[in-house]
Design a protein around this ligand. Structure first.
Ligand code: KIV
Length: 276
């Protein structure tokens, strides 16, 4: 490919400069064909640890492993060529200290070729974020409802119900920003709090169940495509994949059982009879 025709992936600078501009379009993806379909339409593809629940049927993201993130990160990188790709650091891969975070983040970057990692960032994680950024790894923060903390929260609960909780989420966001995060996911908070965070931090905020005033929006791809019967209140279904898949599988089953499939168009005929 010549330098002229080379397709360039979006970079961390493209994402960071979206602050206050046209909203960033972000979606999760976990496999190559989905990444290929999203690629030209989105700014950011997040290989979220939601893969554990969406693809592997886990009850939460707590059981997600580095190996899962590497495998799905590689697939998404193979399927995409222009989107900025971020891979989630799974639960247990960064919390211990900055060295643990660096070793695991470097592995994600090297083994997948992704451009950044995401850390669910309580205030303590500012140390890890600063350590990674200083060593060449762009970090996306994630504040508010942090799914990896489901066992402490006793469920997936929206954040910012009390003044103290609002203050804490704002502190988490400001700590991630000051530590050098290039963007911050703000999940499951009231729109007022999301707006306050967006004003308070210098990097773009990416909302999910947050506010239209965030600098970008993200959804889990399967939620917005309608793969599941149930979706959280903040999700809008932009498709109905569940219905499409069930209709297609029912039609296939009918045609196999009635010997309509495969038809003439789907079967090979030898041009000359086989000699024995
Ligand atoms: O894992 C994930 O998909 C996420 C998004 C919900 C932001 O963190």
């Amino acid at each position: 490919m010549s330098a002229q025709t080379e397709i360039r992936r979006k970079t961390v600078r493209d994402i960071a400069k979206a602050k206050g501009g046209e909203p960033l379009v972000c979606l999760t993806a976990y496999d190559a064909p989905t990444a290929e379909m999203l690629d030209e339409h989105v700014d950011v593809i997040l290989v979220g640890d939601s893969v554990g629940m969406v693809v592997h049927g886990l009850p939460s993201t707590v059981g997600v492993t580095m190996e899962m993130m590497v495998l799905h990160g590689q697939a998404v990188m193979r399927g995409s060529s222009t989107a900025f790709v971020v891979v989630d650091m799974p639960f247990g891969s960064y919390e211990t200290n900055a060295d643990q975070a660096f070793l695991n983040a470097a592995r994600l970057m090297k083994d997948t070729g992704c451009q950044a990692v995401k850390i669910e960032s309580g205030t303590y994680a500012a140390t890890q974020i600063a350590h990674l950024v200083a060593r060449g790894i762009p970090v996306m923060g994630h504040v508010g409802l942090r799914p990896q903390a489901v066992n402490v929260d006793g469920g997936f609960r929206a954040k910012g119900r009390t003044k103290d909780e609002c203050r804490l989420v704002l502190e988490e966001a400001m700590a991630a920003d000051e530590a050098g995060a290039f963007a911050i996911v703000v999940e499951g908070v009231a729109s007022d709090l999301a707006d306050e965070i967006t004003k308070a931090v210098s990097c773009p905020t990416i909302g999910i169940g947050a506010s239209a005033q965030c600098d970008g929006q993200i959804l889990v791809i399967d939620d917005m495509l309608g793969t599941f019967d149930w979706v959280p209140r903040f999700v809008k279904k932009f498709g109905n994949r569940r219905e499409d898949v069930i209709n297609a599988v029912e039609a296939y089953a009918r045609e196999v059982r009635s010997r309509q499939f495969p038809g003439a168009a789907q079967t090979y005929k030898l041009s000359k009879p086989m000699s024995n």
